[in-house]
Design a protein around this ligand. Structure first.
Ligand code: FAD
Length: 475
């Protein structure tokens, strides 16, 4: 009898524990992807669906090369699985677990129902270095601070051997599949594909990893803070969709260091960032209300402002602060934003505009190709100062000095805000401080070609500190 391989966010053949275990049974393996829009919790954003569309096409090709057909079905996951079981006579379902609370609970219900009917359900961890719930402090509770969490993780997580996956997956019974074109996941916007220069899927992930260890890793520690320098891995969407395992990314970085090609400290720094991904997943697992509620409850009473005009200016990259606008435009154009700039734009929304972090988080969720519930929520709460191991709530990023420090030569701002490209470096991050003739020579008239700042930095900072007293008073 065949077994079902239920793929979700493990869209790869290499290092895929559920696939390996399914193949080891020696029985025919039926790989299936179920489009169950609300089944995993919050419905997917548009950029994520763009990615999923391409990723499934790539995955179907990889399965075809090994003699198998990827079955696509749309609908309620449990109903689809039951139909497939009836159609194929399968007696087991293999899957890699999802750890977000809603998806976890849904999977547990499905497993319970299937097991009651004699169907075996086998779950594995294919997405994280350690299973959430297994990293606990001395008193058996979850870590709430990153450094001890990471130390424990490094000491205990065991790297599995690399596997390329079964070579021959032929022999599964023929079952009907829907077609990806019919799903219409790819947004219908005519400009969409032009803007998104990504290669979703396992091959794209391998290429990105190769590029990173050869060109980025040597300067990762410093370069990762400079948005104009391509020093980071850009693996986040691939990691989110499970097109590469975090272990493989870590192993490649460590090997590059062990071969003497980059200092060990650079690889360690990269491993620590993967550690933040783990930390986010563990926090969400232990504190399931994080997507909707501040980890520090006093922040839920914060006097947020409703300001649709300012919010729209922020989403469109029209705030008048060049580094903020560059980031928001990079996000819209590519589905990705550099981490340093994510922190700056998030801080600007929360502290300069006093707009609820949940609105910013929702915008990211819709527009990021790496939108990940745990990482997105954890990082937004980090910037807000309301999270577990968060930035101090009174820390307010200055978008001018952040730009001057991390994009000193203006490479990043000039790329994404081309109307300012002729403004000399000295005024690039605060063009309104330049003399009118300087701006004229650069071909910029503020208010016509590029907006005046929508808030004054000093006034906004004072207003934020005032508002934050409501929180600090209760701490
Ligand atoms: P690299 O520097 O190459 O890091 C390697 C990997 O480590 C990343 O791919 C990612 O998986 C992980 N990582 C790095 N930094 C973080 C971090 N701060 N938190 C969690 N994991 C991290 N990351 C997402 O994957 N999805 C999100 O939805 C997301 N939302 C964010 C929202 C805000 C407000 C902020 C400040 C950060 C957010 N991040 C998110 C984290 C981080 O910005 C991205 O993971 C990173 O920019 C991805 O680029 P990279 O792959 O080149 O990173």
């Amino acid at each position: 009898t065949p077994v079902i391989l239920w793929l979700r966010r493990d869209l790869r053949l290499q290092d895929n524990p559920a696939l390996n275990h399914a193949a080891e049974t020696g029985r025919p393996v039926i790989p299936v992807y179920i489009l169950d829009e609300a089944g995993e919790g919050r419905p997917r954003g548009a950029a994520s669906l763009w990615w999923l569309d391409k990723s499934l096409r790539a995955l179907a090709e990889s399965f075809a090369e090994r003699g198998a057909s990827l079955i696509l079905r749309r609908g309620d996951s449990e109903a689809v699985l039951r139909t497939l079981i009836t159609q194929t006579g399968a007696t087991a379902v293999f899957l890699n677990r999802l750890f977000e609370p809603e998806a976890w609970a849904r999977d547990a219900d499905i497993a319970h129902g299937l097991k009651a009917e004699g169907i075996e359900v086998k779950g594995y961890n294919g997405s994280l270095l350690t299973r959430p719930g297994s990293v606990l402090n001395g008193s058996g509770g979850p870590y709430k601070v990153f450094t001890p969490f990471h130390r424990f993780l490094l000491a205990t997580a065991v790297q599995p051997a690399h596997t390329t996956g079964p070579r021959d997956l032929s022999g599964a019974p023929d079952v009907a599949s829907e077609t990806i074109d019919d799903w219409g996941l790819h947004p219908q916007h005519p400009d969409w594909s032009r803007r998104f220069d990504w290669t979703p899927g396992e091959t794209g992930a391998t290429a990105e990893l190769g590029r990173f260890v050869t060109h980025g890793l040597a300067n990762y520690g410093k370069g990762r803070d400079m948005p104009g320098v391509p020093a980071t891995s850009r693996l986040s969407p691939y990691l989110h969709w499970g097109e590469i395992s975090p272990w493989r990314a870590i192993a490649a970085a460590r090997k590059t260091a062990a071969d003497g090609k980059v200092p060990g400290a650079e690889a360690d720094k990269f491993v620590a960032e993967i550690g933040w991904r783990e930390f986010s997943a563990h926090l969400l697992h232990h504190f399931p209300t994080l997507p909707t509620h501040a980890f520090r409850p006093e922040f839920d009473a914060f006097p947020w402002r409703d300001d649709d005009v300012a919010f729209a200016a922020w989403t469109r990259g029209q705030t008048g602060y060049p580094v903020v606008d560059a980031g928001m435009r990079q996000l819209w154009a590519t589905g990705w934003m550099h981490n340093r700039v994510r922190m700056i734009v998030a801080s600007f929304l929360i502290k300069h505009l006093l707009i609820d972090w949940r609105r910013g988080e929702a915008w990211f969720w819709d527009t990021l190709v790496d939108a990940d519930l745990a990482s997105n929520v954890q990082n937004w709460q980090w910037v807000a100062g309301s999270g577990a191991d968060a930035s101090p709530y009174f820390r307010i990023f200055n978008p001018i000095t952040q730009g001057e420090k991390f994009d000193a030569d203006g490479t990043y701002v000039r790329k994404w805000v081309p109307e300012l490209r002729k403004v000399p470096d000295r005024w690039l991050h605060a063009p309104w401080t330049a003399a009118p003739e300087t701006l004229r020579e650069a071909g910029v008239q503020l208010g016509t070609h590029y907006p005046h700042p929508i808030v004054d930095h000093t006034e906004a900072r004072n207003r934020a500190l005032e508002a934050l007293k409501t929180v600090s008073g209760r701490r």
